[in-house]
Design a protein around this ligand. Structure first.
Ligand code: HEM
Length: 405
């Protein structure tokens, strides 16, 4: 077992992710103590689960490893007491099952097929409008723009106000201690989220009074499991859908560009064989791993990889580590568009909470890369990225790029 003095006191330190310096710490834990106990941290004691197979065990045993809001929720930091925002990612069955079922049809294969043309059209317009031979921010002009448009469509939210969705997503996940945080206190965060609830509440009233339509607000307003949520759960579920549909895909759009700039041989392979694009997308999502961790709380005494996990213990599944586990995949530090079983990464989680929007995210990324390749855009990175100060979302706030004319 590693001497804990040599390890960072806390793998939840957001600086590890802003500086992108987390890899060696997790590699060492996977090798030497894959289920590791941290007796103290700013978030209290917790277990770090760092290997793919052990993460799977936790994911698939939701009876032992709970997501419940009242036990602290799904992040290493407990929710602020009295300001808990329950939502279906922070619930166990049976409520989780019923609420997830209320919104899942929006990403059913038939609806995805209906949306493909619209997504392609918008992607073409966004790419067509980019400057040539001039530096611009890829995150703002492409990743945020495309994901905001998508989310506005899913909610049937006014397109003209779509950047409000991006803003609320940033507010919901902001680490208030970051120098560049969009909100500087929990009170400010809650005020912004209440404002969001006010605007969404107006749309909700209209949709509840009208016959059911095929958008997320109408679906929730008409479903038994979601039609009468208390305010904190209303805010919680909207924040979940906004962050889920926005932040993760946005960061995969940026992370993918960075990965391919670092691996021009892989880009050349996909240019030569476009049928590799779906593989490319899965490898990008594994490589980026936009959600750093999910946390569970043990509901009973359990055993994991020979360790005794006590009832009430906080258990953190580090997806960034599971997706770099040498015991689960060959050469995980290689970006490989021809990786076998490339979809079997952990970036979407697993089990009953596995990302509901996985196929939509993959489709958005597939179309983006198909359209970039179709136009033969030569995109160069023109400066360092600014990464997010967060232990939860592996985000990129800005990335200067230039398209060679
Ligand atoms: C590359 C993009 C995405 C990544 C990496 C991602 C990642 C994740 C992860 C790790 C989870 C938790 C899984 C678990 O606990 O086992 C999750 C859940 C969820 N995601 Fe995503 N996500 C992405 C895109 C999306 C999109 C586009 C949407 C919405 C349209 C979405 C909505 C959700 C929701 C609602 C949940 C909660 C599911 C539940 O608790 O049953 N996500 N996602």
């Amino acid at each position: 077992m590693p001497n804990s003095a040599d390890l960072p006191r806390d793998l939840g330190d957001p600086r590890l992710y802003r500086e992108d310096s987390w890899r060696p710490h997790f590699a060492r834990l996977r090798r030497e103590d894959p289920v590791h106990y941290h007796p103290e941290s700013p978030y209290g004691p917790y277990w770090s689960v760092t290997r793919y197979a052990d993460i799977m065990k936790v994911e698939l045993d939701h009876g032992t490893y709970s997501s419940a809001s009242q036990l602290g929720g799904i992040q290493i930091a407990d929710q602020p007491q009295g300001e808990e925002l329950p939502n279906f990612i922070r619930m166990d069955p049976p409520r989780h099952t019923a609420q997830r079922k209320a919104v899942a049809p929006i990403v059913a294969p038939s609806n995805l097929a209906n949306m493909e043309g619209l997504i392609r059209e918008r992607t073409a317009v966004v790419l067509g409008g980019l400057p040539r031979g001039e530096t611009f921010d890829w995150v703002d002009r492409v990743s945020s723009e495309l994901t905001a448009m998508m989310l506005a469509t899913l909610f049937d939210f006014p397109q003209a106000d779509r950047r409000k969705l991006t803003h609320w997503s940033d507010v919901a996940i902001a680490n208030i201690e970051a120098e560049d945080a969009v909100v500087k206190s929990q009170a400010e965060r809650m005020a912004e989220l209440r404002q969001m609830a006010g605007i969404m509440g107006e749309l909700w009233k209209e949709r509840a009074a009208a016959p059911p339509k095929f958008d997320l607000i109408s679906m929730m307003a008409h479903a038994e499991a979601t039609r009468a949520m208390p305010l904190n759960e209303f805010i919680g579920n909207f924040a979940l859908l906004i962050v889920g549909g926005n932040d993760t895909t946005r960061n995969s759009m940026t992370g993918g560009l960075m990965a391919l700039a670092e691996h021009p041989d892989q880009l050349a392979r996909v240019r030569a064989d476009r049928s590799l694009v779906p593989n490319l997308v899965s490898e990008i999502i594994r490589w980026q791993t936009p959600v750093i961790h999910m946390r569970r709380t043990a509901t009973r005494d359990a055993e994991l990889a020979g360790k005794a996990i006590a009832k009430g213990a906080k258990v953190v599944m580090w997806y960034v580590s599971g997706n770099r586990d040498e015991a689960a995949m060959a050469e995980p530090e290689r970006f490989d568009v021809e990786r076998p079983k490339v979809r079997q990464h952990l970036a979407f989680g697993a089990g009953i909470h596995r990302c509901v929007g996985d196929r939509l995210a993959e489709m958005q990324l597939r179309i983006l890369w198909e359209e970039i390749l179709a136009r033969d855009l030569r995109i160069e990175i023109a400066g360092p990225p600014v990464r997010l100060y967060s232990n939860f979302i592996r985000g990129i706030r800005s990335l200067p790029v230039v398209i060679r004319a």
